[in-house]
Design a protein around this ligand. Sequence first.
Ligand SMILES: *[C@@H]1O[C@H](CO)[C@@H](O)[C@H](O)[C@H]1NC(C)=O
Ligand SMILES: *[C@@H]1O[C@H](CO)[C@@H](O)[C@H](O)[C@H]1NC(C)=O
Ligand SMILES: *[C@@H]1O[C@H](CO)[C@@H](O)[C@H](O)[C@H]1NC(C)=O
Length: 282
Amino acid sequence: MVMAMANSATILTVVLALIGLALLRAAAPASAQNDCGSCPPGYCCSKFGYCGTSFDYCNGNTCQSGPCTAGGAGSGGANVSGVVTDAFLSGIKSQAGSGCEGSSLSFYSRRAFLSAASSYPGFARAGSEADGKRELAAFFAHVTHETGHFCYVSEVNKNNSYCNSSNTQWPCAPGKKYYGRGPLQVSWNYNYGPAGRSVGFDGLGNPDMVAQDPVVSFKTALWFWMSNAHQVMPRGFGATIRAINGALECNGENPAAVNARVGYYKEYCEQFGVGPGNNLTC
Ligand SMILES: *[C@@H]1O[C@H](CO)[C@@H](O)[C@H](O)[C@H]1NC(C)=O
Ligand SMILES: *[C@@H]1O[C@H](CO)[C@@H](O)[C@H](O)[C@H]1NC(C)=O
Ligand SMILES: *[C@@H]1O[C@H](CO)[C@@H](O)[C@H](O)[C@H]1NC(C)=O
């Protein structure tokens, strides 16, 4: 794919995407106790990251993942399907480089996103309608950066296996690689393992599912988002950068990547008609 690139704008996109490959590498493994990924199938993950089946865990206004109940009448946040329109997604895709495969653009469909989002009733539905729209703007800002405007399904450089073999809770399967895949380019065995367990696929044995099934792919991104970024949204967009790739970008490590993410976020907030809030950088 890289070899086929022709013009400098496309090369810039690739360079930005490669910078983006830093991605979730540095994301720390969440502690087992507060990790929605450790909830068994059929269990809800509460606001505080604990697993259970009662109302306290499954209450649709706070529940993060699992079989959450629908939010109550007039429950908070944004109307996800009303905000994330075909026009919004097409606007992002239209900026993908000319060398980008059509198949990756169609892989990231609105239908797959909405199907996956219906499993995460807490996503973009906390707080006010404006808060919900800011969360959608933030999520798609990171997705735009990580995938090069929906160009990449899998990380370009597949040489690194992203296997942390000292992590015994989520042991790597022989021959499998855990490089970035999907909307947030989730990486590392310690993310694929719990993502698969929560979403319902064999994340360690079959990480390629995240590059093959669009709904599983969006669910994996939303699992990561709900486990790491959703709860820091009230602190501002900068906190979500820290949650996703803080060690490699924050504290002056990579201002270009931070500025790119912030630029997309402000653009999408404007499209959704909300202010971006404070503390945008990290
Ligand atoms: C959400 O938006 C969709 C699409 O525009 C619309 O059909 C639906 O009625 C809206 N739902 C609510 C609760 O406003
Ligand atoms: C990946 O490995 C192949 C084979 O060893 C090598 O030719 C290629 O340059 C490597 N790619 C990167 C980006 O390191
Ligand atoms: C690898 O896992 C060990 C044990 O969980 C942890 O201490 C270490 O920080 C991890 N290293 C990386 C690069 O994630």
